[in-house]
Design a protein around this ligand. Structure first.
Ligand code: G6Q
Length: 543
């Protein structure tokens, strides 16, 4: 039965008709217990989802919908290593990467936890040796800077977490190079000293054009200053393609493996996290993993009505498929999380940007929303205008922390006052009557008031979730990331899509290869007039 024919879906469609003409103001005034009903705590995480256009019936029906899509089985299938990424014939086992050593998960004849901890152990000893100076550069100097060369899943996650945990940095600095635009590597290398720089080439396939190009340029930069023999001491790699890495000149003992069952955008928990271990130490990295593991257990073992990823996913489905919101904004009120939205743009949009279901049929309902966002207060002075008074419904996640890592003067209470004020303003707005009253009290003349009153009116009824977390630590960040990963999975299960493939990125890559080769022959005759015209324009003017 197709999703839209399910009785739960049809019921929700009916409910949405009423909810589309209901105001959050009324939902709150009708029910004193609303906050209590639609909020809960899980350890140091507190979720308030009461500022959404839902009621108990809707929430129950969303949960029924999840059940009717066999969400429980789908969760078990993922954790047990079933090949749920069926279009690539792969298991999806990023949860195994953060599982403690104890226990057994057999996959293709091997205990995955042994594999995972084997690599974690070599990462630990390598990162400790770099941190304590046992492994030095070619000229016997201590490594002070690490350059991670990778793109997509081999860049966004580790970069976000590096920035997210900067407060805890006590090892070498990490720089991230991803773009094939020569500017990225040039500017990154400018302040660095080859004698004290370690390059980590992060690539699952070790064939990605951008990464291979940047790695080759990094190699040249190093060799031009320290000579060919220095490569062994200044390069390491994280990859599933050991042969290609050794061909590049990196010795086997400096290759940190991961596996086919780790998807790129879910790989930061694997060897791809090596730069984080070098920067923060193995203990902090293990805390990060344990936070994610806690969230995995919560996701696996908690009833849906108190299950953070499930509830956030269902609210997302409600806003997306029933209230017609087409984007979702992530608003961390913490400067350390300034790359959070960038990472989840990939995790969410690459996973849920699909219009073909698990049966291979085109689907005619909405799937993944557009994900965007910036740290909160910066956004307030920029795009919040559209969220408050624009014509679109933009559901938001406000993510804040009770304790600041930088307690200076009254910055944190001010930041958090903004945090709470925004969700209140979004939900409840400001009525025209109140606007008129305020303007009158300022002695504004009636004509001017008449002209201004609508402009100053906030209709409100803009929905949001608030996630209040005790403190930004490696552990809570691990849990937060796992929470959003699982949210994406739940939505994929309900939409009946495969959240673990990414065929949509292939075509452009293929065409780029064709065009790159045609740049030599200057024969662009196989292209449409626009592409041909642009290529001719480029070739005539570039040097
Ligand atoms: C993520 C994608 C993609 C991938 C990059 C880099 O899920 O698969 O973003 O991570 O294309 O791939 P490599 O790690 O193979 O270089």
């Amino acid at each position: 039965m197709s999703l839209q024919e399910k009785k739960e879906w049809l019921k929700l469609k009916e409910y949405s008709k009423t909810m589309k003409s209901t105001h959050l103001k009324d939902l709150f005034s009708e029910d004193e217990d609303r906050f209590k009903k639609f909020s809960f705590r899980k350890d140091d995480f507190f979720l308030d989802f009461s500022k959404n256009l839902i009621d108990t019936e809707i929430l129950n029906e969303l949960i029924n919908l999840a059940k009717s899509c066999s969400l429980n089985n789908a969760i078990t299938d993922m954790f047990e290593g079933k090949k749920i990424n069926h279009t690539e014939d792969r298991a999806v086992l990023h949860t195994a990467l953060r599982h403690p050593k104890s226990g057994k998960l057999m996959f293709e004849g091997e205990n995955v936890y042994d594999l995972v901890h084997g690599v974690l152990d070599s990462m630990t000893s390598f990162s400790e040796q770099i941190r304590n100076g046992e492994q030095l550069g070619f000229t016997n100097k201590k490594i002070t800077d690490v350059v991670n060369i990778g793109i997509g899943g081999s860049d966004l996650g580790p970069k976000m977490v590096y920035e997210g945990l900067l407060h805890y940095l006590d090892g070498p600095k990490v720089h991230f190079v991803s773009n094939v635009d020569g500017t990225h590597i040039t500017e990154t290398l400018k302040p660095l000293n080859p004698e004290t720089t370690l390059f980590l080439v992060a690539s699952k396939t070790f064939t990605t054009q951008e990464t291979m190009t940047n790695a080759a340029s990094a190699r040249e930069w190093l060799v031009s200053s320290l000579g060919e023999d220095s490569v062994a001491k200044h390069f390491a790699a994280m990859s599933t393609n050991i042969e290609a890495v050794t061909d590049f000149g990196i010795s086997k003992d400096r290759v940190f493996a991961f596996w086919d069952f780790v998807g790129g955008r879910y790989s930061l928990w694997s060897a791809i996290g090596l730069p984080l271990m070098i920067a923060f130490g193995a203990d902090k990295f293990n805390e990060f993993l344990s936070g994610a593991h806690d969230m995995d257990n919560h996701f696996k073992n908690t009833d849906f009505d108190k299950n953070l990823p499930v509830i956030m996913a269902l609210i997302g489905i409600w806003n997306n498929n029933f209230l017609d919101a087409d984007s979702h904004v992530l608003l961390p009120y913490d400067q350390y999380l300034h790359r959070f939205a960038a990472h989840f743009q990939q995790v969410d949009m690459e996973s849920s940007g699909k219009t073909v279901d698990n049966n291979g049929d085109f689907i005619d309902y909405q799937t993944g929303p557009i994900i965007w966002g910036e740290p909160g207060t910066n956004g307030q002075h920029a795009f919040y205008q559209l969220i408050h008074q624009g014509s679109k419904l933009i559901p938001s996640d406000f993510i804040g922390f009770k304790t600041s890592l930088n307690q200076i003067s009254d910055h944190h209470p001010k930041l958090m006052a903004n945090f709470f004020a925004q969700t209140e303003a979004l939900a409840f707005g400001l009525s025209t009557d109140k606007v008129v009253e305020d303007l009158k009290s300022q002695n504004m003349d009636d004509k001017k008031i008449e002209k201004l009153k609508n402009h100053k009116t906030f209709k409100g009824n803009k929905v949001s979730n608030t996630l209040l977390i005790d403190k930004l630590t490696p552990k809570s960040l691990g849990a937060l990331i796992a929470l959003y990963e699982h949210k994406v999975y739940v939505q994929g299960v309900i939409w009946n899509i495969n959240p673990f493939d990414q065929w949509g990125v292939e075509l452009g890559k293929k065409l780029a290869k064709v065009i790159f080769s045609e740049m030599d022959s200057l024969d662009f005759s196989n292209h449409d007039s626009s592409t041909k015209g642009l290529l001719n324009e480029f070739m005539n003017n570039s040097n």
